[in-house]
Design a protein around this ligand. Structure first.
Ligand SMILES: Cc1cc2nc3c(=O)[nH]c(=O)nc-3n(C[C@H](O)[C@H](O)[C@H](O)COP(=O)(O)O)c2cc1C
Length: 233
């Protein structure tokens, strides 16, 4: 794809609030999600999961949990994006094994990765080690650059990863001729209950997907000059 084509794609994607009844062709949503999983994540830990709701039966509870926003009932599918709080425990070793087998990393990187991920994510004995990290980080920052620590700010870390996937999904869907809308207007606990999502997963965004019923009003953005800061703020 050339830059002009990508620019058109980014400018034409709209938050779609009304959908046609038209179903999504068999396999297309899975195809778009297969593209979505190539979004990047910190240490390639890949904490993002996609929970698909395509049956009308389970949709009503989801609709209620999403503050009765009509697009949740109208769209032929809704994808709930979740972030696994236990992604390191669940994925890290499997990922490193795969990366080593495929030549995507070497032993040195794997050792370094285990060490840093342990320091950054491990919540210590009884799961309260994060408290120590919370107290130690500002002290460390006095003498050397210290990033925000996922063991302390797990939800913040997960939201970053999941939203990269969500944006990739929306652009891939647009390229496949589908319309989407990102939604944060929902009650997370009720969304989890509606689809049986475990408590170990957070829900940063819900995305109905299908074919747009009507064209939105004109899309607009603030000028680039007000948000670009050359060579510093
Ligand atoms: C994280 C996020 C959450 C949003 N939540 C909602 C929502 O709950 N309901 C809704 O109608 N629109 C929601 N929107 C859509 C925005 O209003 C929309 O993206 C914005 O007005 C820009 O329009 P555009 O996406 O068509 O360019 C959300 C957008 C984002 C990025």
């Amino acid at each position: 794809m050339d830059f002009e084509a990508f620019d058109r794609l980014a400018r034409s994607r709209r938050a779609t609030r009304h959908f046609k009844k038209e179903p999504i062709p068999e396999g297309l949503l899975e195809r778009v999600l297969d593209t979505t999983r190539w979004a990047p994540s910190g240490y390639n830990i890949q904490p993002t999961h996609f929970v698909l709701s395509t049956e009308a039966d389970s949709r009503y509870a989801l609709y209620k949990a999403c503050l009765e926003q009509p697009q949740v009932l109208e769209a032929p599918a809704v994808v709930v994006f979740t972030g696994d709080r236990r992604a390191v425990e669940n994925n890290l070793e499997a990922m490193l094994t795969l990366e080593l087998a495929e030549g995507a990393c070497d032993d040195r990187y794997a050792t370094m990765c285990r060490k840093f991920v342990g320091l950054a994510f491990n919540q210590g004995p009884l799961g309260i080690g994060w408290l120590g990290k919370l107290l130690v980080a500002p002290l460390m920052r006095l003498s050397k650059p210290t990033p925000s620590i996922p063991a302390v700010h797990k939800r913040y870390w997960l939201c970053k990863q999941v939203m990269l996937g969500a944006m990739t999904f929306m652009l891939a869907a647009e390229a496949a001729g589908l319309a989407t809308i990102p939604m944060e207007g929902f009650d997370e606990g009720r969304v989890r209950k509606a689809l049986g999502i475990p408590r170990s997963h957070i829900v940063p965004v819900v995305i109905p997907v299908g074919y747009a019923e009507s064209q939105n009003l004109k899309k607009t953005r603030l000028p680039l000059a007000g948000m670009m800061h050359k060579e510093g703020w």
